[in-house]
Write a protein that binds this ligand. Structure first.
Ligand code: B16
Ligand code: MG
Length: 216
């Protein structure tokens, strides 16, 4: 017999809201200014990984001085933060607020595990800060996804062991992190997430009961 599920932990970008487009536009502005080719397809490789790893992937092996790397990441973040002003509660992905409410009503603890250092601001703009019992973000741990550290940190803050928690993730790095930490996992969207315990096009196409029944 397996343990009952006591917590749901959600990734932010691609699961709760779609900030990937804003990340793309910000990296694209930097890339254009620096004469680096960067397409929407390239941007898919940046899904779920840290700002530093995103820069590395955007550069595709091109060497860069550390001081320049820091300055470029700072510039990208300024562009990104400007775009975040557009976010309103309507930017939550379809069915997300209702799913969070249903999960809480079912007695589950709710956590957020995002690689983003801007996660708190995004949650505020979505008016979803109070929906979560614990929020782990780009400041919480040193080793980012695919290391399991962030989800383990959130589970610890919720007081629930990994094998009693389900991670909802849209990125391959995020599902790898969840599995490495011993969590149950739900792959969201269309990326390479076939190794998750179950997959769905979006949180809105799931019910809390369906997820709980599959995690055993
Ligand atoms: P920041 P998630 C991730 O968010 C994004 O998917 C990824 O594209 C971004 O590079 C990363 O956050 C860091 O974001 O530059 O704002 O610190 O999917 O883990 O919620
Ligand atoms: Mg994501």
């Amino acid at each position: 017999m397996t343990n009952p599920i006591r917590a749901f932990i959600f990734d932010l970008d691609g699961v709760i809201t779609d900030t990937a487009e804003f990340h793309f536009l910000a990296w694209k502005q930097l890339a254009d200014e620096e004469d680096i080719s960067f397409t929407r397809e390239d941007n898919e490789q940046l899904r779920g990984v840290s700002r530093r790893e995103s820069l590395n992937r955007m550069l595709k092996g091109r060497p860069i001085e550390e001081a320049t790397a820091q300055a470029w990441m700072e510039r990208k973040n300024i562009y990104y933060k400007k775009l975040l002003h557009q976010i309103t509660p309507e930017h939550a992905l379809p069915g997300v607020p209702a799913f969070l409410t249903a999960a809480r009503s079912a007695g589950l603890k709710l956590g957020l595990g995002s690689a983003s250092k801007n996660a708190a601001e995004v949650l505020e703009r979505l008016e979803l800060t109070r929906a979560f019992d614990a929020v782990g973000d780009g400041y919480s741990v040193v080793n980012s996804k695919p290391a399991p550290d962030l989800f383990v940190w959130v589970a610890g803050a919720l007081g629930v062991p990994p094998n009693e928690a389900v991670v909802f993730e849209d990125a391959e790095a995020g599902i790898d992190a969840a599995l490495a930490g011993g969590f149950w996992s739900v792959g969201i969207g269309t990326s390479t997430i076939g190794h998750a315990h179950m997959t769905a096009p979006g949180v809105g196409s799931l019910t809390v009961q369906t997820v709980l029944e599959r995690m055993r």
